[in-house]
Every structure is written in structure tokens, then in C-alpha cells.
Design a protein around this ligand. Sequence first.
Ligand code: AMP
Ligand code: ZN
Ligand code: FE
Ligand code: FE
Length: 284
Amino acid sequence: MAPVDLHTHSTASDGTQSPRELVQAAARIGLSALALTDHDTVNGLAEAEATSRSVGLELIRGCELATRVSETGPEMHLLGLWLPAPPRHLLAVLADLRTWRHERNHIILEKLAALGKPVSYDEVLAIAGDAPVARPHIAAAMLYKGYVASRPRAFADYLSDGGPAYAPKKTLSPEQALAVLKADQATTILAHPYLLGLSLSALEDLLKKLIPLGLDGLEAYHSEQPPDITGQYVSLAERLGLAISGGSDFHGAVKPTVKLGEVKGGRHIPNQVLQDLKAWRARQ
Ligand code: AMP
Ligand code: ZN
Ligand code: FE
Ligand code: FE
């Protein structure tokens, strides 16, 4: 069975390919299933589903929500997979998430202006369109204005976490995000655990706190972790009774080194990951 990719972004959030282009590309490279997991929106899902029917690919309706490990700690991302249409509980919180992004984005633009790189909100909106505005849109505006040579450079020099123009955004708490996703009967996955920078035992402690709040699984395959981490995460998930998931976190030109359907070392995410996730979900 053909491999899968259960974590991707489109222009509905901060990716650079439309949902249609993304699904077409997934079919072209031979994936059997794709989850579209845009940040803070489900607006790309209808187009992705329509395209998936025409190209014969399985589309899993998803979304990625940001939370924090602690109030001032780094972001911790959660994926909701198999969202219903419409996801009533999720839709009820999305307006707040947009407001919090808006407040944060203004601070970033103020910092950029102070650094001699003024970008107006309208210039960012011209790139973001209807998407929840995210740092990649600001990076694209900086590239357009000739301030940086590439989007990755905009992050490296200004926008990355802790960078000179960075400002944190307010997020849901893990409790809130998991409650919303579970209320919509989604399968909940801790995204890219490696990026939390925790030891395996600290991650285990965190997972033990998240499971009673509604966490179903762990993203054991991801493009931004060493390949040997996958096995450790699979064992950890088995020990804790968690499901496993896997995705590239493809964003297109924002992260040019990340390829659709691939994790580190050009490896694929086996179809079995999806079959096991479905079996896990059926038992719930
Ligand atoms: P935001 O939600 O506005 O904080 O933006 C977060 C998004 O920016 C992530 O989902 C990535 O798409 C992107 N991002 C964060 N850090 C980097 C980086 N160092 N290089 C490229 N993209 C990044
Ligand atoms: Zn993103
Ligand atoms: Fe993420
Ligand atoms: Fe993501």
C-alpha cells in the first residue's frame, strides 16, 4: 500500500500551495492518503476534499492548533484528525485565535519598523488573503519588499522564535484545545514532539498529563527530527497506550527543504500508520 502524509499546510493557512495543488501533488507522487492540517482554520478542507475525490486519494480533514506547555513556555502543537463537517466546537474558537494572531502580528510589525524594515498590515494581508495571518506571510512580505533574500532568511534574521522581531501569540491551553477537538470527535495528536526539546523521560511525563485531557496519539514521524527518533517515539507510544501518526509538515516554499510525503532522509510514512490509527480510532 502506498505511503501517507498526515500533516500538511496549504494557502488556507501559511503554506504556499492551494488545497487543490497540494492534493494533486500528493496524488502525483503516489501517496494514498493526505491529511490537510492548516493552522487555526478548516477553510481549505472543502476544496481539498473535492480534489481528492477527482484524483482518487483519501483526504483526512484536519487542523493544527497551537497551545503552550506552560503559560510562558514554548508552543506545543496539537493536530485534530477526522474533523466532522462542520466542526461546530472548533469553529466556535477560531475567531478568538484570529484576534490573538492580529494582536501579536501588530507587535511583530512594530518591531520590524523599529529595525528599519517597515511592513504594513495591508501588505501582509495582500499575501495572506483570508488565511489566519502567520509569520510566513510576514516573511513573504519582507521578501517582496526586498528586505531579505528568501523566506528562510526572514526567519533566520528576524522572525524565528526569540528573533529580533519575534513576539509570542496568545494560545489556547492544552486543556482547551484538546477539549474542543474531542468535542468534535477528532483524533488528537501531539505534533512534532521533538521540537519541544524535551528528554524522552520529560516527554513521557508531559504525555501522562495530556492523556487524561484527551490526547490520543503522538506524531512519531516528522520532517524536523532525526530518523532514529521515530523508533523511540513508537516504543513510548506503545508503552503509554497512545496511537502514532506521521506527517511531513509540508508548507511549500516557506520550508523549501521539507518535501511532501517525506520525513528526514527521504523516508516515507508507511500506510500501516494510517491503518493502525484507524483501528485505534475504531476502538474509541
Ligand atoms: P505563527 O503561527 O505566526 O507563529 O507562525 C508559525 C509558522 O511559521 C510555523 O507553522 C511555520 O510554518 C513557520 N516557521 C516557524 N519557524 C520557522 C523557521 N525557522 N523557518 C521557516 N518557517 C518557520
Ligand atoms: Zn505553519
Ligand atoms: Fe506545528
Ligand atoms: Fe504544521
